[in-house]
Structure formats: C-alpha cells, structure tokens
Ligand binder design. Structure first.
Ligand code: AHR
Length: 502
C-alpha cells in the first residue's frame, strides 16, 4: 500500500508579497468565431434580451467574477476599423476579417460593448489597431470614447446615442505585433516607434488613460525577450503595463509535465519583470511598469489551421476547445502564480470568455460551463487584499519537462478589512491524496477554516457535456480547525480553496 502523504503550509499575515490588483481577474472577448456573435450577442435566442444580449451568459460571467474585459481582439484588432462598429446597425458594413477568414457584420461594436460591460459590472479595456491602423485613427478613437462633446468625433458619439464620455482607462497599443501571422506585423524597432507616436496622440487626447504595450506573444518566440526590451526602450515613459501572452499545451499527453507548468509561468513573469527593471534603470525612471498577462489559457486540442479558418462565413465554429479536469488544474495554478507574482502583475485576462477557447459554451437554447469556469471562479471570487508568501513543505515528483516539482502548488490571500482569507492548493499527484496542515505562524490570533471547496476527479481527461454538465465542478469537502492549525485532505488531481476567518 502506498505511504500516506502529508504536507504543511505555513503562512504569516505580516509576510506579504503585495496587494492583489482586482484586474488580474479579467477576461477577453474577440470578434472571432462565435465569441461575440452567438456567445455574447444572439438576437433570436430564447436567452437573449431585447437588445440581443445573452442573459444566461452575462449572468454566468458575472458569477465567475470577471473584473475587466479586453476587446475587440486579438488578431482581429489588427485589421479592424472601429468606425465600422458605430452608428445605425443597418448602415454598418459587412467586411472580410482577414485574421480568421470570416465575415464580420459589425452588428456589435463599441456602444454595444460599453453597454455590455456596464450591465456586467466589468471595466472595459479597448484596443487600437496598430496593424493596418494609423496613429491618427488611434487618437480619433480615444476622442470618440473619452472626450467631452464639442468636436467632430465626440459629437459623433453623442449623435450615436451617448452624450457623456465613457472615460475608458485601459487601452492596448495593438496586439501581438511580434507575430509574423499578425496583420501589419512589425519588427521591434518599428513597433516601438509606432506605439510611441500613437501613445503620444492618445495621451494628448486624454492624459488620464493607461496604456498597454504589446509584449511577446509567448516565451518561445524567437524574438523573446529582446522584443520586450526594445519596445520598452522606445516607450517606457509613456506606458503603464507590458502585455504577455501564453497558451498552455499538452500535445504529448504528458500530464505530469502539463501539471507542472506553473514553473514555466513563473519563469516567464520573472524574465519580463527583470527586463522591465533593466529598462527602468536604463531610463533612470522612477516609474515601475507592470505586467498585463492579457491572453492566457490552455489551447491545443482545437489548434489546426482549419480550426482557425472561417471560410468567409459569419459566426463560424472556431477553436471551440473542450476543457477537462487537468486543464482546470493548470488554470488554477496559473491563478496561483498571479497571486504569487502580484507585486509585478497588474492585469490578466483569460482568453477568451465564450465559445472560443472559453469557460462557457453556448448553443441557441443552452449554455455549458466547462471545467475551467469553476477554476477561474474559485480564485476570482475569493482572492482579495494582499497575497501571502507561503512556506510549503511537501514531497516532490519527477517530470520530464521540469525535473522535480513539489506535489502541491499553493497561493494565499488575506483581506484585513473583512478579516478573512483564502488558501488555494493544487494537488498535482495523479493518484495520492495529501493531508495538509495549514498554520499561521504570525501570533496575530487564531485563524479558523470556514469551508473548503474542491474541483477533483480520478480521470484527468474527464469533462462536462450538455448531457452531463456536472462531471467536473466544484464541491464542498471536509476541513477541520484545531490547536495545530487547519487540517484538510486534498484528493489526488484536485484544486481546492479553503476559506478562513481571523
Ligand atoms: O485568442 C486567440 C488568438 O490568440 C488571439 O486573437 C491572438 O492574439 C492570439 O494569437
């Protein structure tokens, strides 16, 4: 019989990593496949309101705890003319979207997105096209969205039904401009110069905006991290965050390595944080640019070229990835990394939100919550205040890709205002439960566990279907508080949140 595994987690409320930015629980919706059309917006669905908004989806996103929403792309952004998506719907042009070889009807645009964010309770984050788009068009967009009426573009906004400026804070300077696949792809110097000139114009229109510089599309790009250093050298004084993207894969069906990906996520953040520190020193700047991990998710099962080709149709089924238990455990670790690196991370957006590599799938009359929905919600609805630096004592296991990796992946948060906290633990073991003791070594009063919730199962490939929607979900599991601390037995292949009260 296998030896019973035990572990300990030591926390100290004085030993904090940093304040958790609510923006790390962001989402991303792109004009791609059925994300916007049939996901967010579907006139004719029994679940749509009078404006065509899918209420079931909106409520699910709200429950999931999405704080900020990035829009309208993605690769789509680099060919998008924002002026196509405003004004009377029957006058909006139908156009070819070259990013996804689809037909874009423009029935959903800036006004619809802004209304959507308001009804969802999420902050909007817009992108300007730096592929085919000009720096003039980027400036015009800021004027349209944020300027008081009295000039051409702001008056057009009012004529289109919105008198008051929206005052959007976060703006992305293009998308994945390092990628040869990008419409209007540039080299680092050319992008750095274009982003800088766009940023100047955009900030002249509204100095209060915050700008996202398009960093590396992944840490295996041949230009990484030189791309990031170069563009930061061009734009450091004008931007607030550097974006990073990454899609996790398990192409070799190597589950132990897949479940150790947090090692790679941390290294990626560390490298870019160091690159930022280098440029900060070079520029003799007092400002600390932070990171925006504004595209992240598991994506490899629906990644053939044909999965990304809409054959010039409207609302094609593109990259509708099905998520299983092991994917959810990777998502949980990713969010653990966000908490452990919250000192350098301002923002993160799961890509995407509906149908396209998404936690939510829809058909006309139904919606399905995938495994990763529960993983995202677990962190997003709990983690607030400060992130705590945990000391974890646990056995390791060997992985092909990352060598010895601890069996537990841990993060913790504490909110002094409500005197509550949470500890998030992924048990990477495929077959062994682990009994964990969590103790607060800070002498600041007793902490007790309120409840614990876990996503677990025996089959890493188990997934939800419309017929069986509850296969991978979050369930309450027992937890005890005693004089030695909090004790909980974590099932193999599990992601658990323990709610605590001080
Ligand atoms: O999210 C799908 C695509 O992945 C995005 O459009 C692009 O930015 C990335 O390559």
């Amino acid at each position: 019989m296998a030896e019973k595994l035990t572990a300990s987690i030591s926390l100290d409320r004085r030993r904090t990593i940093g304040t958790i930015s609510p923006n790390i629980f962001g989402g991303f919706i792109e004009h791609m496949g059925r994300c916007v059309y049939e996901g967010i917006y579907e006139p004719g669905s029994p679940h749509a309101d009078a404006d065509g908004i899918r209420i079931d989806v909106r409520n699910a996103l709200r429950d999931m705890g999405v704080t900020i929403m990035r829009y309208p792309g993605g690769n789509f952004l680099s060919g998008y003319e924002w002026t196509d998506g405003i004004g009377p719907k029957n006058k909006r042009p139908k156009k070819r979207d070259l990013a996804w070889k689809s037909t874009e009807t423009n029935q959903f645009g800036t006004h619809e997105f802004m209304d959507y964010c308001a009804s969802l309770g999420s902050e909007p984050m817009l992108g300007v096209n730096l592929g085919t788009g000009t720096i003039q068009s980027a400036g015009n967009y800021v004027e349209y969205v944020n300027a008081p009426t009295g000039t051409y573009w702001s008056d057009m906004r009012a004529a289109n039904g919105r008198k008051e400026p929206w005052g959007v804070t976060w703006w992305c300077l293009g998308n994945e401009m390092d990628g040869p696949w990008q419409i209007g792809h540039l080299n680092a110097d050319d992008y750095g110069k274009k982003a800088r000139e766009a940023a100047k114009i955009m900030k002249w229109h509204d100095p209060s905006i915050k700008l996202v510089l398009a960093g590396s599309s992944s840490n295996d790009m041949p230009t990484y991290p030189t791309w990031d250093r170069t563009i930061l050298e061009h734009c450091y004084d004008l931007v607030d965050v550097l974006s990073m993207h990454y899609y996790a894969t398990n192409n070799n069906n190597d589950t132990p390595s897949f479940l150790a990906l947090a090692v790679d996520f941390e290294a990626y953040i560390e490298t870019l944080a160091s690159t930022i520190r280098y440029v900060k020193a070079l520029k003799r700047s007092d400002k600390m640019v932070k990171l925006s991990w504004d595209e992240w998710n598991v994506w490899y099962k629906a990644r053939l070229d044909s999965d990304m080709d809409g054959s010039w149709t409207e609302r094609p089924h593109l990259i509708e990835e099905v998520y299983n238990l092991e994917d959810a455990l990777v998502v949980s670790q990713w969010m653990n990394v966000f908490l452990r690196k919250c000192d350098v991370l301002e923002m993160a957006c799961m890509a995407q939100m509906v149908n396209v590599i998404a936690p939510i799938l829809t058909k006309k009359d139904a919606m399905l919550l995938q495994s990763i929905y529960y993983a995202f919600k677990m962190h997003a609805t709990r983690a607030k205040g400060v992130s705590l630096d945990s000391f974890v004592s646990v056995a390791t296991s060997n992985t092909t890709k990352f060598g010895e990796v601890p069996l537990l992946d841990v993060s913790a948060s504490w909110d002094a205002a409500s005197n509550t906290g949470a500890c998030f633990v992924v048990n990477r073991s495929l077959d062994q439960s682990i009994t964990v003791t969590i103790a607060y070594a800070d002498g600041q009063g007793t902490v007790t566990a309120v409840r614990a919730e876990s996503i677990y199962g025996t089959d890493p490939k188990a997934h939800n279907t419309y017929k069986n929607p509850g296969v991978v979900t979050s369930r309450e599991i027992p937890v005890q508080s005693g004089s030695q601390g909090i004790t909980i037995t974590l099932p193999p292949l599990s992601s658990t949140a323990i709610d605590m009260r001080g």
